[in-house]
Design a protein around this ligand. Structure first.
Ligand SMILES: Nc1nc2c(ncn2[C@@H]2O[C@H](COP(=O)(O)OP(=O)(O)OP(=O)(O)O)[C@@H](O)[C@H]2O)c(=O)[nH]1
Length: 238
């Protein structure tokens, strides 16, 4: 006797062939900081696994994506590599901040001016209504250039603490160099830390696709509620 299809006993409308596959969640992470700090190199390093041979100043924004698995769930990390130069940002800037899930602030450890610019980047986030529930991290890049360091760890840590952000120091060029004190790929670990943080928050609600647009990739998301649990640090001022 033929075995019955186990799904048939529930009498529901779905069969195996009609159950929609689970949608892949997308985490939109914007990467901001002065021109030349290494935003393109860091995002490329994470998504392509290597240091780019050549980069040019970003105009507007570049997108890089990587599909990762966290606790058995496939998640697309979408990195928005934004232009550091003001003249290349103007027309795009409002798009950067729409539906952002996390922000990565980058400075160059060999360029103190890029560190002094951080309050202006934080202010820009504020002006675009980015709430304190959106996780932020601070990354000091180019740690392979040990002889040229202008921003010490203590100074950076002080700033990070004051703004309730975790601090990471790394190098897009040689993330495993002695200067970075890490054995595994540190750049990968940094972005994965952000992704784990986002996954541990309340579930993202995917916006409804308009009828008839199924099959397109126009998925956007937002994080539901709970403004208190999302800040990384514990200072009350952020
Ligand atoms: N030594 C070293 N050089 C780096 C590192 N990361 C980036 N660079 C170099 O710094 C320069 C600028 O890097 P980009 O990634 O293009 O900088 P960006 O922040 O994207 O610049 P904009 O697109 O103008 O905003 C390039 O010459 C890179 O090769 C690093 O970790 N170590």
């Amino acid at each position: 006797m033929a075995e019955r299809d186990p799904s048939a006993q529930f009498g529901g409308p779905f069969t195996n062939s009609t159950i929609p596959p689970p949608r892949t969640r997308i985490f939109k992470i914007i990467v901001i900081g002065d021109s030349g700090v290494g935003k393109t190199c860091l995002t490329y390093r994470f998504c392509a696994g290597k240091f780019p041979e050549k980069t040019e100043a970003t105009i507007g924004v570049d997108f890089r994506e990587k599909l990762v698995e966290i606790d058995g769930e496939s998640i697309k990390i979408q990195l928005w590599d934004t232009a550091g130069q003001e003249r290349f940002r103007k027309s795009m800037v409002q798009h950067y901040y729409r539906n952002v899930h996390a922000v990565v602030f980058i400075y160059d450890v060999t360029n103190h001016a890029s560190f002094r610019s951080l309050p202006a980047w934080i202010e820009e986030c504020k002006q675009h209504a980015l709430g304190s529930e959106v996780p932020r991290i601070l990354v000091g890049n180019k740690c392979d250039l040990q002889d040229s360091v202008q921003v010490g760890t203590d100074e950076a840590q002080h700033f990070a603490d004051a703004h309730c952000m975790p601090l990471f120091e790394t190098s897009a060029k040689s993330p495993n160099s002695p200067g970075t004190h890490h054995n595994s790929d540190h750049v990968e670990a940094i972005f994965m830390t952000v992704a784990h943080k986002l996954k541990s928050q309340k579930p993202l609600v995917l916006s409804q696709l308009p009828k008839g647009s199924e099959g397109t990739t126009a998925l956007t998301g937002r994080i539901e509620g709970d403004n208190t649990a999302a800040t990384w640090g514990s200072c009350g001022s952020c």
